[in-house]
Design a protein around this ligand. Structure first.
Ligand SMILES: [Zn+2]
Length: 511
C-alpha cells in the first residue's frame, strides 16, 4: 500500500472518531441547556455508552499499524501530513497506554471528587477534601507514568492542555508578569477613581438578548453555523459548522451576559474558522487551550473593552435601554466596562487581577507535584499567596483553596492556559495594530472584518500545525512574552485609573 493510501485511511478514521466525540459534545451541550430534570441518569448512561464507543474507535489497533507505517516513511510525507501523524500518535498513545482499570478508577474518582468538593466547600471543611486531593494527585502522577512522563509529571499535566508547553517556560513567563503586575494592581486599588457598581440596573432580558445577538453577529459569528442559548455557566462547544455557545442573563448585570457572550464568541469564531474538511486531524483542530483562550480574551478584552468598540455600540445600547442608561455618562459606562476591583474569587476577577489568581494556582500546583508542598499545608499556603499577590486574605477556605472545581476531578495543569492566553492575546493585538494602526477606527465604524480575517488566516486556519509558542513566533515575529500584556494593561487601566503617575481619564482627554 502506498503511503498516500495509508494516510487516507488514517485520516478517514480520525475524522470518524472525531464525529463520535462531537456527538458526545452535543449531548453534553443539551444536558446543560435543554435536559428535563428527570433525565439526568438516562443522559449519563447515553454519554457513558458513547464514550465507550469512542474509546474503542480511538484505540483501534489499525491506527497503530497505520501510524507505524507512516512514521517509517516520514521522509516522503509533507509537512502537513507530518503534523497530522504526530498529533494522531499523541491521541493514540493516550487512548491505548492507560490500563482500562485505571481509566475506570479515574472516572469513578472524578465523580466522587466532585461531590466531596461540593460538600467541603459548602461546609468550609478542607480536611474532608484533603484525602480526595491526595488521591487525585497520585492518580495524575500514575497517568503521567503510563505515558512515559515519569519524573516530569507536572509537565505532562501542562502538555495535556497545551501541547509543547512546560512548567519551566510558564514559570519564567509568570515571574516576569508578576513583577510588573503586582505593583500595577496596588496602584489601581489606591486610585481615587471608583467604578459605580450600581450604574447599570434593570435591563430587561429580551433587550439584552437582542443586543448581544447584534454585537456577536457584527463581530463575525456566523449564526447559520452556530447558535447561542442560556446555561448556568457560559461555555462554547462544537466546531466547524455547528458551534454552540451559551450565556446567562441577570437584569442587574447586563455587562456580565454581554461579556460572557463575547468571550464565548471568541472561542466560537476560532472553531468556525477551522478547516471543515479536516475536523479532528491536526489540520482541523485547535492548537491547545492557551491559543483557544487567546481568541476568547482578545475579542472580550482588547476589542470589546476598547473605546472604538463602544463608539460603535454605545448609541445602540442607549437606544435599546433609554431609561436604564439615562443617568449614566459615557465615562461612567466606560469605567463600569473596565472596572478593576481586587477580589478573592477568581471567577469574579477583572482582567487585570485575573492573572494573579492564575499565578497563585500555578505556583501551588507545581509545588504539590514536586512534593515541596504537602496537601495539608495547602490552605495556609493559599492564604499567604493571596496576601502577597492580591493584598487580600481569605477569611475562610471557601473563598480560598476550596473555591475552584478543577482539582476535584484531577484537572491539574489547566489554570496556566488562561493566563498564557491573555499574554498571547495582547501579543497578537499589538502585532495586528502594527499591521493596521487604525484598527479601533474600524471598530468605531462597526467593522471587525480585517481583524477576523487576519486571525482566520494566521491562527484559525493553521489548526494544530504549530503549538502556542511556535504560533507566537510565527505570527508576531518574537517569542511569547508577558511584556505585551503588561503594556496593554498599563495603557488601558493604568491610564484610566491614573495609576501610572498620570491623571485619571487620560483616555478620555485623548479622545
Ligand atoms: Zn474561555
Amino acid at each position: 500500500m502506498s503511503h498516500e493510501t495509508v494516510y487516507a485511511e488514517l485520516t478517514d478514521w480520525i475524522k470518524r472518531v472525531h464525529a463520535l466525540g462531537s456527538v458526545g459534545e452535543l449531548l453534553a451541550w443539551d444536558e446543560q441547556v435543554n435536559l428535563p430534570p428527570g433525565a439526568a441518569e438516562q443522559r449519563a448512561s447515553q454519554l457513558a455508552a458513547l464514550a465507550g464507543a469512542q474509546h474503542a474507535a480511538a484505540s483501534d489497533p489499525r491506527i497503530g499499524a497505520w501510524l507505524t507505517a507512516l512514521e517509517g516513511e516520514a521522509a516522503s510525507l509533507t509537512a502537513d501530513q507530518k503534523a497530522v501523524v504526530k498529533n494522531a500518535r499523541r491521541d493514540f498513545d493516550r487512548a491505548t497506554k492507560l490500563p482500562e482499570e485505571f481509566v475506570r478508577e479515574k472516572a469513578a474518582q472524578g465523580s466522587r471528587g466532585y461531590h466531596a468538593w461540593a460538600r467541603a466547600k459548602a461546609g468550609d471543611d478542607f480536611a474532608s477534601y484533603a484525602p480526595v486531593l491526595a488521591r487525585n494527585l497520585e492518580l495524575a502522577k500514575r497517568e503521567a507514568g503510563y505515558l512515559d512522563w515519569a519524573g516530569r509529571e507536572y509537565d505532562y499535566m501542562v502538555d495535556k492542555h497545551d501541547p509543547g508547553m512546560t512548567a519551566a517556560v510558564i514559570g519564567g513567563l509568570f515571574d516576569e508578569l508578576k513583577r510588573d503586575l503586582v505593583p500595577l494592581v496596588k496602584a489601581i486599588a489606591a486610585s481615587k477613581l471608583k467604578p459605580r457598581s450600581d450604574a447599570l440596573r434593570g435591563f430587561p432580558i429580551d433587550g439584552q438578548r437582542a443586543f448581544l445577538r447584534e454585537v456577536t453577529q457584527r463581530l463575525g459569528f456566523d449564526y447559520d453555523r452556530g447558535r447561542i442559548d442560556v446555561s448556568l455557566h457560559p461555555f462554547c462547544t462544537g466546531t466547524g459548522s455547528d458551534v454552540r455557545m451559551t450565556t446567562r442573563f441577570k437584569e442587574d448585570e447586563p455587562l456580565d451576559s454581554l461579556f460572557s457572550a463575547i468571550h464565548e464568541t471568541g472561542h466560537g469564531l476560532y472553531e468556525q474558522g477551522l478547516r471543515a474538511d479536516q475536523l479532528g486531524t491536526a489540520l482541523g483542530i485547535h492548537a491547545g487551550m492557551a491559543v483557544h483562550e487567546s481568541q476568547s480574551r482578545l475579542w472580550e478584552n482588547q476589542v470589546a473593552r476598547s473605546r472604538g468598540f463602544w463608539r460603535c455600540f454605545e448609541p445602540r445600547l442607549r437606544e435599546l435601554f433609554p431609561r436604564q442608561t439615562q443617568g449614566v455618562s459615557s465615562d461612567e459606562l466606560y469605567l463600569a466596562i473596565n472596572a478593576v476591583t481586587p477580589t478573592l474569587i477568581r471567577v469574579d476577577a477583572d482582567e487585570v487581577t485575573y492573572n494573579l489568581h492564575i499565578i497563585l494556582r500555578f505556583e501551588l500546583e507545581k509545588k504539590l507535584f514536586t512534593g515541596a508542598l504537602a496537601i495539608g499545608d495547602l490552605p495556609a499556603a493559599w492564604r499567604e499567596s493571596a496576601e502577597g499577590l492580591l493584598g487580600l486574605t481569605p477569611p475562610n477556605d471557601r473563598e480560598g483553596v476550596l473555591q475552584d472545581v478543577h482539582w476535584s476531578d484531577g484537572a491539574f495543569g489547566y489554570f496556566p492556559s488562561y493566563c498564557l492566553g491573555n499574554m498571547l492575546a495582547a501579543q497578537l493585538w499589538y502585532r495586528a495594530l502594527s499591521l493596521r494602526p487604525d484598527l479601533e477606527k474600524d471598530f468605531a465604524g462597526g467593522d471587525f472584518t480585517w481583524l477576523l480575517g487576519w486571525l482566520r488566516e494566521n491562527i484559525h486556519a493553521q489548526g494544530r500545525r504549530f503549538d502556542a509558542l511556535q504560533l507566537a513566533r510565527r505570527v508576531t515575529g518574537e517569542e511569547l512574552s508577558p511584556r505585551h500584556l503588561v503594556r496593554y494593561l498599563r495603557e488601558r487601566y493604568g491610564r484610566l485609573y491614573g495609576a501610572e503617575g498620570e491623571k485619571g481619564w487620560v483616555e478620555r482627554a485623548e479622545g
